[in-house]
Design a protein around this ligand. Structure first.
Ligand code: CP
Ligand code: NVA
Length: 314
């Protein structure tokens, strides 16, 4: 892999993304089989290596997938919450990056402002991974693409509809989907469209992969002919105070049986989790047979392991 850091879903070329997904698939098979085996010297690949997890916001999946992944490969994850280091308060972002680089082999950061992961990357001498920012959630997109590939046996030409807030999760799906030839249709309220710059970038990538990226305010139009329908919470972390105001705006975008009927028969339901049942999706859909949300969650483990190994040149 030629990149040093993984801050955006668009950081990887198509070939690099596909190689990473192949590696994740192999790691998954290994882990579900005999487990990861030590080499001739008795060492697992990440023995003696530490990943710092600098998290300004809560997390279940991202944190545990990184920590468990490090453990399973012989390394260690060191979790640092906002209470521990207060990045930008107790210590500046450049200083956090330069200190951590002296002790650990990689940094995964979950931040409010995307600029914070960029600053960490600028000052760190070890790889920095975006574990979610206001702009992107690229580790999630990797797991989602692996899930889609497992379910359909291919990615090129699939139709993924994302209905809801044009947020960080939507941005990374657009960019990675466009890279891999997945058609993405976004259905969102007019005031909650994806960032226009991300849209332009995704359209450029889609032109190379023969995919189509579209944005509409009609949820029915967005899901038409979709192979999978994806949604996320209506108010992301840090926007909780807007939740009441957003609810009526997003209500027509709820994923329920009536909306699923407009997709292809048997279309999958996807969600990055955590979910607010009864808001962005009804309980019958997320608990139903077409829901792959826990496969997505499991795949976070496998793609994040593949990502760390690749960033460390292993
Ligand atoms: N999907 C996801 O990133 O979950 P967490 O916020 O729990 O890490
Ligand atoms: N858009 C959500 C994703 C959570 C995994 C958020 O940023 O809170």
């Amino acid at each position: 892999m030629t990149i040093k850091h993984f801050l955006s879903a668009a950081d990887l070329t198509r070939a690099e993304t596909e190689a990473l997904l192949d590696r994740a698939r192999a790691l998954k098979a290994e882990w579900r089989g005999a487990g990861h085996q030590p080499d001739a010297r008795g060492a697992l690949p990440l023995q003696g290596k530490t990943l710092a997890l600098v998290f300004e916001k809560p997390s279940l999946r991202t944190r545990v997938a990184f920590e468990a992944g490090m453990t399973q490969l012989g390394g260690h994850g060191s979790y640092l919450s906002a209470n521990d280091i207060d990045m930008g308060g107790r210590e500046s972002v450049p200083d956090v990056a330069r200190n951590l680089s002296r002790w650990v082999q990689a940094i995964a950061a979950r931040v409010f402002r995307h600029a914070t992961v960029e600053t960490l990357a600028r000052y760190a001498t070890v790889p920095v991974i975006n574990a979610l920012s206001d702009q992107e959630h690229p580790c999630q997109a990797l797991a989602d693409m692996l899930t889609l590939r497992e379910q359909f046996g291919r990615l090129q030409g699939l139709r993924l509809a994302y209905v809801g807030d044009g947020n960080n999760v939507a941005h990374s799906l657009m960019l990675m989907g466009a890279t891999l030839g997945v058609n993405i249709s976004i259905g969102c309220p007019p005031d909650y469209r994806p960032d226009p710059e991300v849209l332009v970038r995704a359209e450029r990538l889609a032109a190379e992969s023969d995919a189509v990226i579209s944005v509409t305010s009609s949820p029915v139009e967005a899901v038409g002919d979709a192979d999978a329908i994806y949604t996320d919470v209506w108010a992301s972390m840090g926007q909780e105070h807007e939740a009441a105001r957003r609810r009526p705006v997003f209500q027509p975008y709820q994923i329920n049986a009536a909306l699923m009927d407009h997709a292809r028969p048997g279309a999958l339901f996807m969600h990055c989790l955590p979910v607010h049942r009864g808001e962005e999706v009804t309980a019958d859909i997320i608990e139903g047979p077409r829901s792959v949300v826990f496969e997505q969650a499991e795949n976070r483990l496998h793609v994040q392991k593949a990502l760390i190994l690749s960033l460390l040149g292993l």
